[in-house]
Unconditional design. Structure first.
Length: 168
């Protein structure tokens, strides 16, 4: 191979390396104990406006162009603060939307010590995925000094129902 071809090959290799993406994932599955109740007040035509609950599961996809000094994308074990936050928001809690017409009733339940109420911008798997994404994306960016970004969050009610939020 002549010098010009070698240089061309090397440039191609560099371009491929620059574009390469490594991904790692983290899942907190239905056995994690994120036992959460909610109601979707806007789904008034279905039983989903009634309080109901699931052992929620979360799956995160992280991505990077550069592995760290250990050859890792996102440290699997470095997400304990995220796990703790998920428990705080979704374990034995009752999630209601900030615009729920019965918000005052839920707040009264909380005041009586009958429910740990968490008020979120919106309720539902898609909205929950977005809410979690916003929090975790900020954490990951800070923790890795921008090296890693969060690609998607999947929220599952059970093996059959899930929603995914991702931001390009
Ligand atoms: N895209 C979405 N669809 C629905 C959501 C949601 O968050 N995103 N949520 C609900 C309900 O709140 C409930 O969680 C699911 O109840 P249901 O519709 O009864 O679903 P099932 O899996 O129990 O239904 P099967 O027919 O037994 O499969 C509804 N939709």
């Amino acid at each position: 191979m002549d010098i010009a071809s070698l240089a061309h090959e090397e440039a191609n290799d560099q371009a491929r390396t620059r574009r390469a993406v490594y991904r790692s994932t983290k899942t907190y599955d239905h056995n994690e104990g994120l036992s959460c109740c909610f109601r979707q007040w806007r789904a008034f035509e279905s039983h989903c406006h009634l309080i109901h609950g699931y052992a929620l599961a979360f799956r995160f996809v992280f991505a990077t162009h550069e592995l760290d000094e250990r050859n890792w994308c996102m440290d699997f074990g470095g997400l304990k603060p995220i796990r703790a936050w998920l428990h705080d928001v979704f374990d034995h809690t009752l999630v209601v939307a900030k615009d729920d017409p019965h918000l005052a009733d839920f707040e009264a339940l909380a005041l009586k010590g009958l429910a740990s109420v968490r008020i979120l911008p919106n309720v539902g798997c898609e909205a929950t995925a977005q809410y979690v994404f916003d929090y975790v994306a900020g954490y990951v960016s800070q923790d890795t000094a921008g090296r890693v970004w969060l690609e998607s969050v999947e929220v599952s009610e059970h093996g059959g129902n899930s929603a995914i939020y991702e931001r390009p």
